[in-house]
Design a protein around this ligand. Structure first.
Ligand SMILES: Cc1ncc(COP(=O)(O)O)c(C=O)c1O
Length: 391
């Protein structure tokens, strides 16, 4: 990983809050508000002209001191020229794609993207006459052959949602650069702690802050961090659409950032411990965990990432749907629910959607999110439920 101006730990502790000597609380307060008033019309007009810029107080929808502080902190962490907050991860993805996709254009999207990225492409962009083509996420530099004069952007994820293939990030980024189009990566899984896609040549990082970045399953928020080339364009779309982040979410996200590194390190260790244990169980056919050789793209992970998140897949030997359901229902310490990246452990059976490639793994895929529980507790929980897959 390239080095930041300050050690990551220091940035996470210090950025986005008041300096230590100014006699205030260590945290910024929850900032609420719509109207901002000015003493003179000239001051009002100056703010109006710069209202899309991070730091300009003009009207609550465009941001406030706390949200600007958070945007600056995220830019530092992601090596970005600028960051724009959005109301959710889905909003970050859809508003970024909306910035580039126009009727008649062609959009390349990796076939293993998050389900709601696909839903936005298929429900909204296709309806706007954008031709969406789903490509093999492991195509690497071969993505160049798919780019046409109409291609407006390449959207991908590392690793892919549900199936965890790790693409060749620099190869895809350099193909898109050569064609003069933006590459957009969903880097929610890695967070800036484990991967810095902008330093690998990617133009735009989108992420759900509702996951690890805030980290406590109490906040919905998204972010778009990008290079200078695309920052203003994307920010204008977000502002023009009127997407808005709430003061409480910004507060919770700033608070979550302080512990991001320690949470990620603990979750990485626990995730690998449980994955290692699962790999030894007779019911398990294959681990889809980027830090393990059995995961497609493991070599890319080793080259481009400095750690692994606690979300991974397990392919169980073929059994009945009823057995999978009984297994999941029997787990006492894993909650059943969407999302991930909080302190709690979760489990969910997954059926991958593919339209550009095949996902032809025999067996049943289950996704685990390892939280901050004691790994021994989780192993005991799994050990008690696994026999249901063979009985
Ligand atoms: C990889 C990925 N990106 C984006 C999102 C969407 O984030 P949000 O729930 O904040 O809209 C999710 C949510 O599950 C996700 O898994």
């Amino acid at each position: 990983m390239p080095s930041l101006a300050k050690p990551l730990e220091d940035l996470l502790v210090q950025s986005g809050r008041p300096a230590k000597t100014d006699g205030r609380h260590v945290n910024l307060p929850i900032e609420l508000g719509s109207t901002i008033v000015f003493d003179t019309l000239a001051e009002f007009e100056a703010a109006r002209d710069k209202r899309y810029e991070t730091g300009t107080m003009y009207y609550g929808r465009y941001g406030n001191e706390a949200s600007f502080q958070l945007e600056r902190a995220l830019s530092q962490l992601d090596h970005a020229h600028g960051t724009t907050l959005t109301s959710s991860g889905v909003a970050a993805i859809s508003l970024t794609l909306l910035t580039f996709a126009r009727p008649g254009m062609h959009l390349l999207v990796a076939d293993n993207v998050y389900a709601n990225t696909r839903a936005f492409c298929d429900k909204v962009l296709t309806g706007l006459s954008v031709r969406v083509e789903y490509f093999d996420p492991m195509v690497g530099e071969g993505v160049s052959d798919l780019i046409t004069p109409e291609t407006c952007a390449i959207m991908f994820e590392a690793p892919g949602s549900g199936t965890f293939e790790v693409p060749d990030i620099p190869a895809i980024a350099s193909a898109s650069k050569a064609a003069g189009i933006p590459s957009i990566i969903d880097s929610t899984w890695a967070t800036p702690v484990f991967c810095a896609p902008l330093t690998l040549g990617v133009d735009v990082v989108v992420a759900s802050c509702s996951k690890y970045l805030s980290g406590h399953s109490d906040c919905m928020l998204g972010m778009i961090a990008c290079t200078e080339t695309y920052h203003d364009q994307i920010r204008s779309t977000v502002m023009a659409v009127g997407d808005k982040t709430g003061g409480q979410e910004v507060f919770l996200m700033l608070r979550g950032l302080r512990t991001l590194k320690v949470r990620m390190d603990a979750i990485d260790a626990a995730g690998r411990e449980i994955a290692t244990w699962l790999a030894e169980q007779p019911q398990v056919k294959r681990l889809l965990h980027p830090a393990f050789e059995s995961c497609p793209g493991h070599a890319h992970w080793r080259r481009d990432f400095s750690g692994a998140a606690g979300l991974f897949g397990v392919v169980f030997h073929t059994c009945s749907n009823d057995q999978i359901r009984s297994f999941v229902d029997a787990l006492q310490h894993f909650g059943i629910g969407v999302s991930w990246g909080g302190y709690e452990s979760l489990v969910l059976p997954v059926t991958p959607t593919r339209t550009g490639t095949d996902w032809s793994e025999d067996g049943q895929l289950v996704r685990f999110n390892i939280g901050l529980d004691d790994p021994e507790t989780l192993k005991a929980d799994l050990a008690a439920a696994l026999p249901l897959l063979t009985s």
